[in-house]
Design a protein around this ligand. Structure first.
Ligand code: TYD
Length: 206
């Protein structure tokens, strides 16, 4: 299974991902927790350029996609091929929300570049950690250059995620950030995933 986690800043994604990893109840050796941008040696180098330099929005987009292509080749695809479950902190929907919806690059172009970088692999499920952008910004500890763009930018990012969700609702699980302990939220996510899997099974057999 390939599950991605998305959200605006300060939603508590990384804590939740670890809790979901534990709640899955499968051996640690069968789960990979990774992140974008990053998750492989070259992609982590690209990450530090993206997060530390100001650049043209197109350059930013291509760097995210370059980091993604390498992350797919070196980390995600080998793990999925060997039957592992991959939990990824941010993925293609972040590029749609940040670079397309918030920065204003053409959505359709970003869809194409996402498909190229991922070799057409889509997550089975995507968890959207929904937080009020103003609260999230107050909670975020270190401010990267996206966080420094302020609350209006984060609101646009959030609407970008909602757009992705409307376009492909079956894939998404929306959960209100801080609506329980990480373990409680992880349990709710897993039960939502199981319901979706049951529903898909029924659709196939009817
Ligand atoms: P990070 O510190 O990992 O943020 P967070 O903890 O909120 O996930 O920094 C990653 C930043 O990169 C984050 O601000 C979102 C942004 N981003 C994009 O703009 N486009 C993308 O495709 C991805 C994967 C991330």
């Amino acid at each position: 299974m390939f599950i991605t986690f998305e959200g605006t800043e300060g939603a508590g994604k990384s804590t939740l991902i670890r809790a979901v990893g534990q709640a899955l109840g499968i051996p640690k050796s069968r789960i990979i927790i990774t992140r974008e941008p990053g998750g492989s040696r070259v992609s982590e180098s690209i990450r530090s350029v993206i997060l530390n330099e100001q650049m043209d929005p197109w350059t930013e987009l291509f760097l995210y996609e370059a980091a993604r292509a390498e992350h797919m080749a070196k980390t995600v695809l080998p793990a999925l091929k060997s039957g592992k479950t991959v939990l990824c902190d941010r993925f293609t929907d972040s590029t749609l929300a940040y670079q397309a919806h918030a920065r204003g690059l053409p959505w359709a172009e970003v869809v194409k570049l996402n498909a190229a970088a991922t070799r057409g692999i889509k997550p089975d499920f995507t968890v959207f950690m929904d937080v009020d952008p103003a609260l999230g910004l107050r909670r975020a500890r270190e401010h990267n250059r996206f966080e420094r763009e302020g609350v209006k930018f984060q609101q646009k990012v959030r609407r970008g995620f909602l757009k992705s969700m409307r376009l492909d609702p079956d894939r998404w699980i929306r959960i209100k950030a801080f609506s329980g302990t990480p373990d409680e939220m992880a349990a709710r996510i897993l039960s939502a995933i199981n319901k979706k899997i049951d529903g898909q099974g029924r659709k196939k057999h009817s």
